[in-house]
Design a protein around this ligand. Structure first.
Ligand code: IMP
Ligand code: MG
Length: 193
């Protein structure tokens, strides 16, 4: 009998990578569904996908390839966490868009909606540029997040409070390249807690 070879054997040995929250297969299946939903909802008015760097970059690449419309893509970067697992409470624009949003149908693509601070900041900033419409598509949302008041139309999965890593999400810039989503287990002497 042949055993499945782990795709990332070195990473798999890292004790900071805890319980698997979402497997590659679960992520792929749900993202395909989101892509189909966006394809139907935006038929005849292909949206501009705005990827919130850096956490959403993996989600964006998979999602965009499941949308059967001539979408455009641009990137915006904000920072609220620094190198820790706690929000600093201040959102900073690190990189702005290149594209003009006037009259565009915009879909903001986010990795995770936690307190909603980042999203409120981005919404205010993007709405001021007069897009025809602005919707949010987040891969993950905390169970505690008030998605209605934040105006989040598309969500992949809701997750509990654990800090999660992988599939684009980081701790101090690490673990973004994990193929799945896992709980982060801080180790002794870890500076990121
Ligand atoms: P919010 O402003 O509190 O909603 O936080 C949103 C941002 O914080 C996300 O875009 C992520 O970059 C980051 N974040 C929040 N929770 C996690 C997590 O569990 N893992 C990795 N990043 C997270
Ligand atoms: Mg982050």
């Amino acid at each position: 009998m042949t055993e499945a070879t782990p795709a990332q054997p070195e990473l798999d040995r890292d004790p900071a990578i805890g319980r698997v929250v979402l497997t590659e297969e679960q992520l792929a299946r749900r993202i395909a569904e989101l892509g189909e939903q966006l394809t139907a909802d935006y038929a005849g008015r292909p949206p501009l996908l705005v990827c919130v760097l850096r956490g959403a970059y993996v989600f964006l690449t998979d999602l965009a390839r499941h949308i059967d419309l001539p979408v455009e893509i641009d990137f915006i970067a904000v920072s609220s966490y620094g190198a820790t697992t706690r929000t600093s409470g201040v959102v900073r624009l690190v990189k702005d868009l290149d594209v003009d949003l006037t009259g565009r149908d915009v879909v903001l693509v986010e990795d995770i909606v936690d307190t909603g601070l980042t999203l409120r900041y981005l919404r205010r900033s993007l709405e001021a540029r007069n897009p025809a419409s602005l919707e949010v598509c987040a891969l993950l949302a905390r169970e505690s997040a008030d998605l209605e008041s934040l105006g989040v139309r598309y969500v992949g999965f809701t997750v509990p409070g654990d800090f999660v890593i992988g599939y684009g999400l980081d701790v101090a810039e690490r673990y973004r390249n994990l193929r799945y989503l896992a709980v982060y287990e801080p180790q002794d002497g870890d500076p990121a807690i």
